[in-house]
Design a protein around this ligand. Sequence first.
Ligand SMILES: O=C(O)CCC(=O)C(=O)O
Ligand SMILES: [Fe+2]
Length: 298
Amino acid sequence: MALLRMRTAQGANATEIEKKIKRGNALRQGSAWRGSRGLAALLAVVVVCVCAAAVWLYVSSLDSEITETLVRQAELVSPRPRVYSVPCSEDYENYKRYPGCTPLKCGRAVTDAVVTREESQVLKRLAERGLALAGSDGGASILDLHSGALSMGKQFVNIYRNVRERIQAEIAETFGLDPTLLYLTKPTFFSRINGTIAKTQHDEYWHPHIDKVTYGSFDYTSLLYLSDYGSDFTGGRFIFMDDNGNRTVEPRAGRVSFFSSGTENLHRVEKVEWGTRFAITVSFTCDPAHGISDPAIP
Ligand SMILES: O=C(O)CCC(=O)C(=O)O
Ligand SMILES: [Fe+2]
């Protein structure tokens, strides 16, 4: 009986011990499981972070706006232009060369000293009035006024009021050319751009292009800005697309940006996000056959 009680007691102890062992094992397994789950979660966080960083790096490498700003809107580039030289492309080899005009030195330059902000305001009002007569359904409208000649009494005035001549002189001085050997060429046009969705191909102003390829006769392109990046509109920066990155010019009313028109100056305009951007494209050729002159007084 005593033996039986002892055995029973021993049996009861054994069961108790077994239970404790099982509980211990379960607890150990549970904490091991929790431990490995924590590790997995940590790993997942690390993987997500690495992926996010990779995506961010990739997207920012694609983001054309961030490489370098050549000239900011708030800066005043005066009295000397800010000049950036770039090697000439071979484009000019495919055309007849005109000594004293065909680019030997290529590059891009920006000046705020050639056209005053007041003059740019007068031209902007003209563009506003002209474009108010019609305008594209999409975001980009142009008003093409080549020579700018306007009848007045018995003669002509020019809506550009010497602006074109001053730009021509500045281009000639910067690139070491004879100003009399540069000819105004077409198209010369006012542009008005806003954030409206494009309706036709004509509204898609943002595509990268080379002016010499797009317009044929261009040797030097100039852009006269009539409104201010940041306050009149956002987006709409001018972007030079170089092999080693993009370089932007922020438009400013009265600012003239000019450059040789070949492949060395591949460029595009950033999409306008908000507001309205006005500019004039004024371009020059070395080929007198492509030049346009003011109407002569009979
Ligand atoms: O308006 C601009 O900033 C550039 C326009 C342009 O690229 C062009 O007219 O060819
Ligand atoms: Fe262009």
